[in-house]
Design a protein around this ligand. Sequence first.
Ligand code: ITT
Length: 197
Amino acid sequence: GRVVLATHNAHKVEEFAAIVAATRPDLEVVGYDGPEPVEDGVTFAQNALIKARTAAAHTGLAALADDSGIRVDVLGGAPGVFSAYWAGHRKDDRANLDLLLDQLSDIADPLRGAQFVSTIALVVPGGAEHTVEGVWPGRLATAPAGDNGFGYDPVFIPDGQDGVERTSAQLSSAEKNAASHRARAFTALAPLLAELD
Ligand code: ITT
């Protein structure tokens, strides 16, 4: 069978393709270059569904979409659904993370908790709609480090590293894909993917 990935983010396509290959190697993942809907939901799930429905309607294929972002504890969960646009109207990863570090400049380590969140929607044309969520807990670094990944990876230090203090941009793509919010959402999605033709 074939499934369309409703994203224009090349990094997400790479991560998704790797994760799908690990669970459903028989499934052909195709990219989506149709119209981009307005993401005007107020939750990750709403935005993921908006993107997946558009791609399913446009292609006639089962569609997967990810809506994701970073939630910072002392900011009450912001940037959240506004992560891609935190510093303005452009998807400028560097400006976004610089602003976030600035906003946390007076906050000491025990209060720098943050989570990456990924919500994945699966929409089958004329069929079911599902959403699943994955959360990757950690905290914000005080300065960016690392070149891998994208977005806020250089300023996110995942929990559970046992003494080491690497940001997710300092992890290999295999390490990130084994632990990330997107991988965790995918684990929840696996039984639903298994049912796709
Ligand atoms: P699509 O809507 O086309 O899928 P997008 O980049 O616009 O791509 P979102 O609207 O879901 O994606 O915005 C998510 C933002 O959250 C993204 O731009 C990053 O800044 C951040 N983000 C999400 N997942 C991340 C990850 O794994 N590592 C670092 N930052 C991430």
